[in-house]
Design a protein around this ligand. Sequence first.
Ligand code: ADP
Ligand code: MG
Length: 229
Amino acid sequence: MKEVLAECRGAKVAYGDGESAVHALDGVDLTIAAQDSLALLGRSGSGKTTLLHVLGGLVEPTAGAVEWRGEPLATLDAAARAALRACGIGYVFQGGNLLTHFTAFENVAFATRVSSGDADPVLAAVALLELVGLTEKLDHLPAELSGGEAQRVAIARALAQRPQLLLCDEPTGHLDSDTGERVLDLLQAVQREFGFALVVATHDADVAARMERSVELHDGRVLSAQATV
Ligand code: ADP
Ligand code: MG
């Protein structure tokens, strides 16, 4: 049995109260094991981003429980949660979320400086950008990168923390299909190299089919779960 990394049971998230409340998550059970490759598939508004935020400890569920390696997140104090985000769980946000006034190198170097594992944060940042094929673009600002290149920087930044779980929110959402394929190729190559569990939220069934299993969300509930063969 592979080690269970993250697990949520009966997770609910509501925005607002009473009649007008939006139930972004309405009782979700999900288990993510080490080295998993999982797609969260669903239309816009189905709750994918909210579920990623819950799994990553960025949003506390209004009901239900979330655990990280068997420990309820609700019992972790602020410092322990920050440590978890700094090293256990990596994020590639929708649209990349790079710091716009900083170069590709600086965006990654901020992360290698925060992560404790690297003796030399500068070398580590350069090595990660080389790994994602951006050696030529170290000094480029995000506005001077293509969508695919910006997404590669976001992936390099997330890898700086040596995550055990990498959560990617619509990593191909803003990309044409060829560029999207190459970003997925990269994600799967680095997953093989680093051995983390990969969770990709997507509205695209073709993207989901590249993962080993997929969980389909609809109105904040799990509609179906299946293994991809
Ligand atoms: P997806 O990522 O699948 O598009 P989201 O998790 O972003 O879905 O959103 C799920 C539902 O929750 C949607 O109806 C969305 O409008 C609502 N929602 C998300 N974030 C907020 C928020 N901060 N305030 C109010 N409603 C929100
Ligand atoms: Mg979303």
